[in-house]
Design a binder for this molecule. Structure first.
Ligand code: FMN
Length: 339
């Protein structure tokens, strides 16, 4: 059924198709008919960072940037849902077109640029959701905030998201906000992590709630840099990591239509590089920090490869666009075989 639907949706431009699909999912859920397309047999409870997930296959950030579709996505069978990236102020993102399909390789290039309605809107949506599933909030900086003030944007979002989120992800790895990835290195990284940790301790004391902070990294760093980043996460007591975001490399899609579009590449072609980054990260942190593995999962065995390279649970995005909710059950079933 999803294949038929996908063929029709792929006749539309990627962004129109995205908007139409999300609205349709929302409507289907309000009519209590999500079961028609939801993943089947995905009840596989597990624990991650003390959170009780319905299964180990989550939705990665970026599909529901504003938290407008949490209940509908939960009803499709995801084990947990990450919303955002959200910024302190609403912003339009980059000019369209900014989303491109590379269907021959089940891949996507995007340069959305954190288009979102702002943290206040997202917090309301998370508060008002009906579903009981785990929801992570992924936060970033506004495009117009200068690099030296970036920390403030993260602190604003952390404070506003803290009570309603089950976990909070610090996105340092989108290639579509100028200067963002520089925050993954050296002193800017130390400053950021130190201040986030202090804020978490303060908010924990104020609210009596401990919300884990995860940081999401890029797949494009050299092994040495990944090791430095991993050591910094441990040093500052970051609770977990998400490896990885999209890549700026294009080797795997040379010659394909849209291959030279600027932005981040995701989907099947990302799997190997993403897994390499995951492995290096895991070898550095050992058992000190749990990891969400994301990047390039388009079939069940890819989810297994994430766990074998050191992830505790996984997320999907591009694969979900190409395969639909069945990819959730394929991954859950594949991961069952590891037990
Ligand atoms: C259209 C699109 C938008 C995305 N937006 C975000 C975002 O706002 N924040 C973020 O952390 N990651 C974002 N991502 C990255 C995904 O969360 C994920 O890390 C990446 O796509 C690799 O996973 P995949 O190969 O399963 O897609 C986006 C990806 C795509 C395709």
């Amino acid at each position: 059924m999803y294949n038929l639907l996908r063929n029709a949706l792929f006749l539309l431009s990627p962004e129109t198709s995205h908007e139409f699909s999300m609205d349709s999912l929302g409507a289907l859920n309000r009519l209590k008919m999500s079961g028609l397309i939801a993943a089947k047999n995905v009840d596989e409870p597990c624990e991650f960072l003390g959170l009780k997930l319905k299964n180990p296959v989550g939705l990665a950030a970026g599909l529901d940037k504003n938290g407008d579709y949490i209940d509908a996505l939960d009803a499709l069978g995801f084990g947990y849902v990450e919303v955002g990236t959200v910024t302190p102020l609403p912003q339009r993102g980059n000019d369209k077109p900014r989303l491109f399909r590379l269907p021959e390789k089940k891949s996507i290039i995007n340069r959305m640029g954190f288009n979102n309605k702002g943290i206040d809107h997202l917090v309301e949506q998370v508060k008002n959701r009906k579903s009981k599933g785990v929801v992570g909030i992924n936060i970033g900086k506004n495009k117009n905030t200068p690099a030296e003030l970036a920390v403030n944007d993260y602190l604003i979002c952390l404070e506003k998201a803290y009570e309603v989120a089950d976990y909070i992800t610090i996105n340092l790895s989108s290639p579509n906000t100028p200067g963002l990835r520089d925050l993954q290195f050296g002193e800017p990284l130390n400053q950021l992590l130190g201040q986030l940790k202090d804020k978490q301790v303060q908010l924990d004391n104020q609210t009596g709630l401990y919300r884990p902070i995860l940081v999401k990294i890029a797949p494009d760093m050299e092994a040495f840099d990944i090791e430095q980043v991993a050591k910094a996460f441990v040093k500052y007591g970051i609770d977990g990591a998400i490896t990885t975001n999209t890549t700026i490399k294009r080797d795997a899609v040379q010659g394909l239509k849209h291959c030279d579009e600027m932005g981040g590449l995701s989907g099947a072609v990302l799997l190997d590089d993403s897994n390499t980054a995951l492995r290096v990260f895991k070898e550095t942190v050992g058992d000190k920090m749990p990891i969400i593995g994301v990047g390039g999962i388009t079939k069940g065995e890819d989810a297994i490869s994430k766990i074998k390279n050191g992830a505790d649970v996984v997320q999907i995005y591009s694969g979900f666009i190409y395969e639909g909710p069945k990819l959730i059950s394929d991954c859950v079933n594949a991961l069952r075989t590891l037990k």
